[in-house]
Write a protein that binds this ligand. Sequence first.
Ligand SMILES: [Fe+2]
Ligand SMILES: [Fe+2]
Length: 207
Amino acid sequence: MATPRIDLFAHPHQEQRLALFELSKAFCLQATAESQDLEYLVDKLQDTINVIKEHSDNENMFISPLLNAKGLQNENWLDKEHKHMDELLDELESLIIKIRTLHVDQQIDFCSKIYNTLNRFIGNYLLHIDKEEQQIMPLLRQHSTMEEIMGILVAFKAYKEPEVAKAMLPSILSNMTVEERVKMFASIKKHAPAAAYQASLSFTIAG
Ligand SMILES: [Fe+2]
Ligand SMILES: [Fe+2]
């Protein structure tokens, strides 16, 4: 198979960095009363928090098991990092709940509190995603087979993004030999949740 260079982290991280920097700028402007539509901004922050929390859950579910199987992380390092990130996000969510209760005159002042807390999170999160990109992904490439890494991608897409999977997986699978497919599905069965394995199988049959 002509192996595509799979990067499990780069694309979602790029989108998250962009969203976080835009939010940071917007809350900075809010804090100096140079911008409007706070409700929209607060909703957008909540959406971004939801996306990041789900992203962490996905990494725990689909990437951590392979890291553990290969002995590539001590004491569930990735899961612990995510727990810490979730705690920081919980703090931001409590500020979101609070600001929604405030009178409009008090909201502007409160924006600087959100701005500071958001930037504390961004500082921590940038280091976290950098570690995933610069340390975890190279370790996975070094110690895993192409079929194992492809298995993470296929299981994740089939289970969490079936519409995307429908468009993308048939061509990926058709470029794999029977032996490569067998190895990949064996890895999915071993390392991914049972429901994700079942969802992946439907694409084998379709592919
Ligand atoms: Fe992560
Ligand atoms: Fe990540």
